[in-house]
Design a binder for this molecule. Structure first.
Ligand code: FAD
Ligand code: NAD
Length: 474
């Protein structure tokens, strides 16, 4: 006999886990949510999406104030009180996680602050933060344990100068120099924050381009701009060694040509990807399976090989994004409630919150080519957007991938300030199966950046108002 029992237990209180718990409670089930945090929130709220976006907002204010000089406004003498900035960021996190705690209470969810471990396929051992152990039996479980950062192979040193995303977000100091290892989401976002705060940031990326797998047209625009704000970008470069020094870390870098070279950085941030948290939760005591990369295998309803155990979010596969976790969590809870639903999104949007932002959804040009589908690419450069001109930001681009035969939208990519907000329109268009005519005939407010989506669709038919595009051959 277990110490306690519950109808649904959710393991992990991130955006996947709390969404599953809230939906299950709303559906009338008795729910227990287990997470080590003081409140629900997980990586996303405590040490991911939210603190990074709070700091990126500060970065945007700094960049905007510098750029304002071009239009005759100068704000001289920027002073950064980094303790106050950190407190503001921490307050944002506390407000949101506190709100989630309140919601959990209102929904009568039993929140246990602790860690769960499968003793068998019906029982968890729970270890609370004060070391107490108890057992909990369940009818259904949702595994939402998230992911953790990968360590840089072969260069493991213990050093206060070595940062991961969590310690970089702590903002204990603003270093003079920072090496970011990994030119992906985290490296570029946190590199942007520190560059704005005055740090000389260099990025090392082992592949040929930043954001590998990202659309080249979009990445080109971002790269052009961050080449100005970052000190250097080293592509096809890896870190061969690290040595702790009094004032930082001596890093040995190996580029595409020549001998390795050594350089001292005050701090080094490693952001080379994340791995699922599936290894130490007792899955061996169940029939739940993981794949070669360590993700839990699930079907379209997010059921594992144990039909009453579900897995969602980062632990259940890529993309490792909060909104994907949330939607999976809601699907799993609905399935447990007896509804016949599947996780079958037409598109999962991705946004990199750099300056400019990059966002995409649906098929990229490269993916459309690989599938062998007949498609046309339309590009609306923001040089032709009135709104972009009023913002002094003409470098952006809106790009659509459109099925040549059906004229349906297959994919959308945007680079430019606000791309992360704009992409939702593209996702809705993809979900609704909209075609170029639907998008072009939808009246977009003027002057806004969203008009670039409408006009990119108009280009498909050969006539956009603010851009001369050659007529489409019949
Ligand atoms: P998580 O949020 O990782 O939560 C898992 C929770 O489970 C954690 O609280 C963990 O402590 C807990 N847990 C683990 N093991 C156990 C156990 N045995 N028992 C109980 N609890 C356990 N995504 C975006 O979409 N947008 C962004 O802007 C964005 N920014 C990011 C910035 C950074 C710096 C990082 C690191 C990530 C960012 N992400 C972003 C990714 C996003 O954080 C994840 O995709 C998202 O948090 C995944 O949600 P989840 O519910 O799967 O797991
Ligand atoms: P990432 O996969 O986005 O980028 C890692 C980068 O490191 C890649 O470009 C990779 O080629 C490079 N790399 C790997 N090994 C290397 C090495 N030895 N030397 C140099 N470069 C190396 O991973 P991340 O930036 O750590 O972020 C993890 C995940 O978190 C992301 O994939 C994303 O799913 C999520 N995330 C999302 C957001 C967002 O939605 N805005 C923000 C941050 C994180």
């Amino acid at each position: 006999m277990a110490d306690k029992e519950t109808q649904v237990v959710v393991i992990g209180g991130g955006p996947g886990g709390y969404a599953a718990a809230f939906m299950a409670a709303d559906a009338g089930m008795q729910v227990t949510l287990v997470d080590p945090g003081e409140n629900p929130g997980g990586v996303c709220l405590y040490r991911g999406c939210i603190p990074s976006k709070a700091l990126l907002h500060a970065a945007k204010v700094i960049f905007d104030s510098r750029e304002a000089e071009m239009i005759g406004l100068s704000f001289s003498g920027l002073k950064i009180d980094h303790n106050r900035l950190r407190k503001w960021k921490d307050d944002v996190v506390a407000k949101l996680t506190g709100g989630l705690g309140q919601l959990a209470k209102q929904k009568k969810i039993a929140y246990i602050r602790g860690e769960a471990f499968f003793e068998d396929n019906r029982t968890l051992r729970i270890t609370t933060d004060d070391g107490q152990k108890s057992s909990l039996s369940f009818a259904h479980a949702v595994i939402a344990t998230g992911s953790h950062p990968v360590r840089l192979p072969g260069t493991d040193i213990e050093s206060e100068h070595l940062l991961d995303s969590t310690s970089a977000l702590d903002l204990k100091t603003i270093p003079k120099t920072l090496l970011v290892v990994g030119g992906g989401y985290i490296g570029l976002e946190l590199g942007t924050v520190y560059a704005a705060l005055g740090t000389k940031v260099e990025v090392v990326e082992m592949t040929e381009d930043l954001l590998p797998g990202g659309d080249k047209d979009l990445v080109r625009v971002l790269k052009r701009r961050i080449s100005e704000t970052f000190e250097a970008i080293h592509l096809q470069t890896t870190v061969k060694g690290m040595q702790e020094e009094k004032n930082g870390i001596q890093v040995t870098l190996q580029g595409p040509e020549g001998e390795p070279r050594k350089q001292l950085f005050e701090k080094v941030l490693v952001a080379v990807g994340r791995r699922p948290n599936a290894g130490n939760i007792g899955l061996e005591n169940t029939k739940v399976k993981t794949n070669q990369r360590g993700f839990i295998e699930v079907d379209e309803q997010r059921r594992t090989a144990e039909k009453h155990i579900f897995a969602i979010g980062d632990v259940a596969g890529e993309p490792m994004l909060a909104h994907k976790a949330t939607h999976e969590g809601r699907t799993a809870a609905e399935v447990i409630a007896g509804r016949n639903v599947m996780f079958q999104p037409a598109a999962i949007p991705a946004v990199v919150f750099t300056d400019p932002e990059i966002a995409w959804a649906g098929l990229s040009e490269a993916e459309a080519k690989e599938i062998g589908i007949a498609f046309k690419v339309t590009r609306f450069p923001w040089g032709a957007s009135a709104r972009a001109a009023t913002l002094g930001r003409n470098e952006g681009l809106t790009k659509l991938i459109i099925d040549t035969d059906t004229e349906r939208l297959l994919g959308i990519g945007i680079v430019g300030p606000g791309a992360g907000e704009m992409i939702a329109e593209g996702v809705l268009a993809l979900e609704m199966g909209a075609n170029a005519t639907d998008i072009g005939l939808t009246i977009h407010p003027h002057p806004t950046l969203t008009e670039t989506i409408m006009e990119a669709a108009d280009i498909f038919h050969g006539s956009a108002t603010h851009y001369h595009a050659p007529k489409r051959k019949k």
